[in-house]
Design a protein around this ligand. Structure first.
Ligand code: BGC
Length: 764
């Protein structure tokens, strides 16, 4: 909050009548804000109003083909509302100063950036974060990200990404929370809260931007930017809830998706952006296009730039990211009466309101504080938190004969192109992250036990598939082939394994194989890595496979042949330390998958909350006319919610407080969970419900609650879930949110497959 003295000083510096001296306090009442903005807008020319709708990119790390030109000059002319892709107090101060000292109305700029899973202290990629099922840790990751970003001059993040994704071919599955709308909604709200805090006026609060609205994760064939086509009932029940949860949690901004929805791309979709988002959901903030999203409507086939710009604004897109279609065409469209003054005013007002809520008119330099940048960024505490969060995100997929945790005195062969690798640890969309700050697995093990007996062998190039290499190197991967031949690399690794008690093999994708524009049609480990793994397992030594990847992979061979598998995603700056903690059992893994791991690409899309069909397959019979494959099981390799622990848990049969539920009353479902193994540990106890008969078809199971509990070995605890009528609601074909009387199955378990079951009846 600004002190009175500094306000007076600022007012003196910029003249008592200057605009920003009028915002007396960081957060005014709605009425004060309206008066302020009315006064300001009364002074604005049409060019200045359109200027507020312009969001050019400055600096580095652009994600599209265009980098805005002449930004300084445009800022001076009042033709820029915000900029993105630049940060540091120095860089931000320079541009903000231009706006405040050189532009006629001294309207401060927004500074946006993709702070997706951390700013400088990088956390596990979002898909991994979601596997923690821990809302307070997830919120904390966003809080730390906002503190660091705001100390670096930023006031707006393009996060959270909440697109439901059931197709791991789509590389952007890594940026979201997986396949489930219930869990995805909780995470969306936690992230918004973490970024924005309880008041945007706080000096370390930044604007959240929920993206990509909407359905971006449902791109056909998992190919990025591809068309989506979806029934409304599926949209409402399965894909829209996380966006709505973010809006309900107060996300100040929304980013539109690139894809087509029901025949109209989201960017120009009035039904989506006005009827649904604003009129039904009550969204009050502003909507930004995605990178050149408006210009791309030309290629979508909606018309020329002038037409699509007018149409996007009219549909409800308020700000134009990079493309400058608004800046260059809206005035003419207004003159030609293709759009109204009112829609321009409305968009401009919404953007000014966000600036007001941040308190930028009171102090445009609010986010520029070199001292904070020095103390808060990559602080010891932030790194400790990142380590803890990374640990909580890891998923133990297999652990035969309790191969893990490693014995600290074991002779270890540490093998694989990701074993002593820093570069890939921070994953994709770690935009401001510095990989040199990251800890490799090798370093992590050494940090923990300097005298551990470790022999390292690279074993394989990270990528040597020519098609993938060509693509990722063209986009900055800088992967070069090792001086040794593939055979020599494997031979070295085999020799190391033979000499050791146990081989820890660290394999997966290159970080740049995940995220935007990284769709894959084959989700096996890359052939050269597979060859390495096969050679190591052939030595007969016990093998632990440590995986790093941005998406579910197809791991049937690995599951059948490798005794222990730990999924670590890309776990951020503290990756190596966190992985070391888990490998030796300083931390007992408890993560649970939030996206199904299929056996094969042919099964995709594969997700736990599917419909039954009229000919469900029981997984056993040879009957022909069932909903099944003739060459594969219907079942996933690892189901949603799955993840092991170094200990084991038992879950008792369900005790229902009543076999009937009535509107206005709750019933409870209780199980006793017991730690039956040899380690203390956490379990995520999951509640699923099935609406057996409905007026519309309903999923076989839907997540409706979960509790993460810690149990000492031998300890038992009762876990109780309350089920009420609200939990049974869904959208019917008329898109009414209703519940229906009837019988329901209730399942509780350690994942979506392994459950105990009971039944109750709901009467209205
Ligand atoms: C991505 C967005 C991102 C934006 C700005 C786009 O290409 O789709 O997720 O926020 O670029 O970097």
């Amino acid at each position: 909050m600004k002190t009175k003295t500094s306000l007076i000083l600022l007012a003196a510096l910029f003249g008592a009548n200057s605009l920003f001296a009028q915002q007396k306090k960081a957060a005014g009442t709605d009425q004060e804000m309206n008066t302020f903005i009315n006064n300001l807008m009364a002074k604005m020319t049409i060019d200045e109003k359109i200027g507020q709708l312009n969001l050019p990119a400055v600096g580095f790390d652009v994600t599209g083909p265009i980098l805005s030109e002449g930004v300084d000059e445009k800022i001076e002319k009042g033709l820029v509302g915000g900029v993105f892709n630049t940060f540091t107090p120095q860089a931000v101060r320079k541009l903000q100063k231009l706006a405040i000292t050189k532009s006629r109305l001294k309207i401060p700029l927004l500074f946006g950036y993709d702070v997706v899973h951390g700013h400088k202290t990088i956390f596990t990629i979002p898909l991994g974060l979601s596997a923690s099922w821990d809302m307070s840790l997830i919120e904390k990751s966003a809080r730390i990200a906002a503190r660091e970003a705001s100390a670096d001059g930023l006031n707006w993040t393009f996060s959270p990404m909440v697109d439901i994704a059931r197709d791991p071919r789509w590389g952007r599955i890594s940026e979201g929370s997986g396949e489930d709308p219930y869990l995805g909604s909780l995470i969306a709200a936690a992230m918004v809260k973490g970024y924005q805090t309880n008041s945007l006026a706080n000096k370390d609060a930044i604007l959240a931007c929920v993206k990509h609205f909407a359905l971006y994760g449902a791109a056909e064939a998992g190919r990025d930017y591809n068309t989506t086509d979806m029934s409304l009932i599926r949209m409402y029940n399965e894909y829209l809830p996380p966006y709505k949860a973010a809006v309900d949690a107060g996300s100040e901004t929304v980013m539109v998706s690139f894809n087509d929805i029901n025949g109209t791309p989201a960017t120009a979709n009035k039904w989506l952006l006005t009827d649904l988002l604003r009129n039904q959901w009550g969204f009050k903030g502003f909507v930004v296009s995605d990178y050149t999203g408006i210009n791309e409507l030309v290629a979508h086939g909606l018309g020329d730039l002038k037409t699509v710009s007018a149409r996007s604004l009219d549909a409800g897109t308020d700000m134009d990211m990079v493309g400058e279609g608004f800046l260059t065409t809206l005035k003419q469209s207004l003159e030609e009466k293709k759009i109204t003054q009112e829609v321009i005013d409305l968009a401009c007002r919404r953007i000014l309101e966000s600036k007001y809520k941040l308190g930028l008119f009171a102090d445009p330099y609010k986010y520029i504080d070199e001292k904070r940048a020095k103390t808060e960024i990559l602080s010891k505490q932030n790194r400790l938190d990142a380590r803890k969060i990374a640990e909580a995100s890891m998923v133990l997929l297999k652990n035969n004969n309790q191969l893990l945790p490693l014995k600290k005195n074991a002779k270890i062969a540490l093998i694989g192109p990701l074993a002593d690798n820093k570069r890939d640890m921070i994953g994709n969309w770690s935009a401001a992250g510095d990989w040199k700050q990251a800890i490799s697995v090798m370093e992590g093990l050494k940090n923990m036990a300097p005298d551990m007996n470790i022999t390292y062998a690279k074993g394989a190039n990270l990528v040597d598939d020519p098609a993938i290499l060509k693509q990722i190197n063209a986009n900055g991967a800088e992967i070069t082939a090792d001086k040794k031949s593939p055979e020599e690399l494997i031979n070295d690794a085999v020799a190391a394994a033979k000499n050791a008690d146990i081989a820890v093999v660290v394999l997966g994708e290159s970080a740049i194989m995940g995220g935007e524009a990284t769709s894959r049609t084959n989700l096996d480990l890359l052939p050269n890595q597979q060859a390495l793994l096969k050679a190591i397992t052939a030595t007969g030594k016990p093998v632990v496979l440590v995986l790093m990847n941005s998406r579910p992979l197809t791991l049937s061979w690995e599951d059948a042949n490798v005794p222990a598998i730990l999924e670590t995603w890309f776990s951020g700056t503290e990756a190596g330390n966190a992985i070391a903690d888990v490998l030796v059992g300083n931390y007992n893994p408890a993560g649970k998958l939030t996206a199904t791991f299929p056996h094969s690409v042919g099964q995709i899309p594969l997700y736990y909350n599917h419909k039954s069909t009229g000919r469900p397959y029981d997984g056993q019979s040879n009957e022909k006319f069932k909903s099944r494959y003739i060459d594969s099981s219907n079942e996933p390799l690892y189901p949603f919610g799955y993840g092991l622990s170094y200990t084991t848990f038992s879950i008792s049969p369900i005790q229902l407080s009543s076999k009937t539920l009535t509107e206005g009353q709750g019933l409870t479902a209780t199980v006793e969970v017991k730690n039956t193994g040899n380690f203390d540990g956490e379990e995520v106890v999951q509640l699923y419900i099935q609406d057996i008969y409905g007026t519309v078809t309903r999923p076989v199971k839907e997540l409706k609650g979960f509790k993460k509990i810690f149990l000492k070995k031998g300890e038992a605890q009762k876990v109780t879930f309350t089920i009420d009528a609200a939990l049974l609601k869904f959208y019917n074909t008329e898109l009414k949110f209703i519940n229906e009387a009837g019988d329901f199955n209730v399942f509780i378990g350690s994942n979506s497959r392994d459950v105990v079951e009971s039944q109750f009846n709901f009467t209205k």
